[in-house]
Design a protein around this ligand. Structure first.
Ligand code: DQA
Length: 138
């Protein structure tokens, strides 16, 4: 059975009530339950943190044993050299995802420290971005 880890960064715990016009009105737990049910032959684990070091710790923890990581580093995408280095340091391939099309938004969201070391980037498809990333590992 393939082992995949979804890692969500800051403020993504507020999905469902955070700017629903941009991020939708589904909570991540609701979405995750659907996905886990839809892919019974894949082990899909989930981790969310608002703390940069905890996100780096999780990447290091799973990054030599899991088959794939789906990473939405949220705001840290645009600021964190440390997370970018972690993606580079681990062996497990990382797909960078974003719910919104970050290139259609403010200019500071056009920069990503994750992309250069990610296997691929999927953005702008709402929560479906995560599912497309999962499918890419299957
Ligand atoms: C986001 C886009 C980021 O710019 C933002 O800081 C987020 C969410 C997205 O999924 O669209 O928190 O990563």
């Amino acid at each position: 059975m393939k082992k995949l880890m979804i890692v969500n960064g800051p403020n993504l715990n507020l999905l469902g009530k955070r700017e629903p016009n941009i991020y939708g009105s589904l909570t991540f737990t609701e979405f995750l339950d659907e996905i886990i049910e839809k892919y019974p032959n894949v082990k899909i684990d989930y981790f969310q943190s608002n703390i940069e070091g905890e996100l780096i710790g999780k990447l290091q923890e799973v990054g030599f044993s899991y088959d794939g990581i789906v990473l939405n580093a949220a705001a840290y995408t645009h600021t964190s050299v440390g997370l970018g280095d972690a993606v580079k340091a681990i062996e497990t391939p990382v797909i960078e995802v974003h719910i919104s099309n970050t290139f259609g938004r403010e200019e500071f969201r056009h920069q990503s420290y994750i992309s250069p070391n990610a296997r691929g980037v999927i953005l702008g498809f709402g929560l479906q971005s995560y599912e497309l990333a999962i499918q890419s590992f299957l």
